[in-house]
Write a protein that binds this ligand. Structure first.
Ligand code: FMN
Length: 372
């Protein structure tokens, strides 16, 4: 008998039993095509149910308020209608014996006035990311955002808290704070996007402050061991983010301080692009942060079956999150188990409305078919 793959070993996620270590990474699919930006059992429910054999599903970034949105047709988690829609989704996943967290999202400056009745998007500082925003009328250039007042920062922290409370009411097993990929919280961390001179800028501690305020606020409405968060320390040249000498020391500070909490997990991304020629970038994220963090580490970005098993065996991560492979392989776990080749994904339907490219990727293995 061959040894069981590391990815297929069960794992206790701070109290939540996972049958394997294959995590579905959060992925925006832009299918909440209704005026309330509400998910439905028929679409999102079916999609996540098809993928319920994942050790853990982290459902797509969901805006925590109207001000938090930056892409067309993404679901929200701030209104009662949205909570009712998500209930249908979590119900279907749980019926299929799955586990599902929701990612709580504020895009900050990665937005456009078209989403806000002409008002400017909010950000730590009035600095244009010089990127594109996917608006109802197609891609448009981002603008110079409005620097948030202290009051707006405090309201945003409350929005995260309300969204977490809503996610619990909707039946999620936990939440993931989206503090990654160039969105609002990440914009606070990097000195290149945060020029504030008040208590939220100027030093590493100040730039990280909002994240800890968000965690502390969410802790008031749900157990700490159901809260995860996501970081992408070496993001550079993507989503408007630029690193500098202080970037990695900022993430070192954040990650060491996370040891003061008893979180569900820390979800890290390896660099999304080649950063080997940037002297102050870290090219090996899991290796750097494993020794600094005492809790569970989920690692992501560019992994396959072989490298996923290896990173766990080498002790650099506990779980591996797969993004694109899960789009076209609803039965990814069973394919790993049975060594069935993976199906290719079609990028053209990543963000298009409806079932095409969403519900029509077939399972090619037995156990997964039983789930459908
Ligand atoms: C279609 C698509 C949508 C995504 N949406 C999100 C998102 O909502 N939140 C997030 O943190 N990352 C998002 N990502 C990034 C993925 O979670 C993941 O980090 C990335 O795809 C790299 O992992 P992979 O190589 O396994 O695909 C998205 C990626 C894709 C392809």
């Amino acid at each position: 008998m061959s040894k069981k793959q590391a990815l297929l070993e069960p794992y206790n996620l701070n109290g939540l039993e996972l049958p394997n270590r294959v995590v579905m990474a959060p992925m925006t699919r832009s299918r909440a095509t209704n005026s309330e930006n509400k998910p439905t059992g028929e679409l999102q429910g079916e999609y996540y149910k098809q993928r319920a054999s994942a050790g853990l599903i982290i459902a797509e970034g969901s805006q925590i308020s109207k001000r938090a949105v930056g892409y067309v047709n993404t679901p929200g988690i701030y209104s009662q209608e949205q909570v009712e829609g998500w209930k249908e989704v979590t119900h279907k996943v749980h019926e299929a014996n799955g586990r599902i967290f929701l990612q709580l999202w504020h895009v900050g400056r990665m937005s456009h006035p078209d989403f806000h009745n002409g008002e400017l998007p909010l950000a730590p500082s009035a600095l244009n990311p010089n990127d594109k925003s996917f608006t109802p009328e197609g891609f448009k250039d981002t603008v110079t955002p409005k620097a948030m007042t202290i009051e707006e920062i405090k309201e945003t922290v409350q929005d995260f808290k309300n969204a977490a409370r809503n996610a619990m009411e909707a039946g999620f097993d936990g939440v993931e704070i989206h503090s990654s990929n160039g969105y609002l919280l990440h914009q606070f961390f990097n000195a290149t996007s945060n020029h504030r001179t008040d208590e939220y800028g100027g030093s590493i501690e100040n730039r990280a402050k909002i994240l800890f305020e968000v965690i502390d606020a969410i802790k008031e409405v749900m157990p700490e061991n159901k809260i995860g968060l996501r970081l992408n320390p070496s993001l550079n040249g993507i989503f408007g983010m630029t690193m500098d000498e202080e970037t990695i020391p900022t993430f070192d500070y954040i990650i060491k301080k996370l040891n003061d909490y008893d979180l569900a997990y820390l979800h890290l991304s390896e660099p999304f692009n080649d950063v080997s020629d940037i002297p102050y970038a870290e090219t090996e994220i899991a290796k750097r942060y494993r020794p600094m963090y005492n809790g569970t580490i989920i690692i992501n970005a560019g992994f396959d079956q072989e490298s996923g098993n290896r990173v766990i065996e080498e002790g650099n991560a506990d779980l591996v999150a797969f993004g694109k492979p899960f789009i076209s392989n609803p039965d990814l776990v069973e394919r790993f188990e049975q060594n069935v080749p993976l199906s290719e994904y079609n990028q053209d339907t990543f963000y298009t409305p409806g079932k095409e490219g969403y519900l029509d990727y077939e399972a090619k293995t037995e156990r997964a078919e039983a789930l459908q």
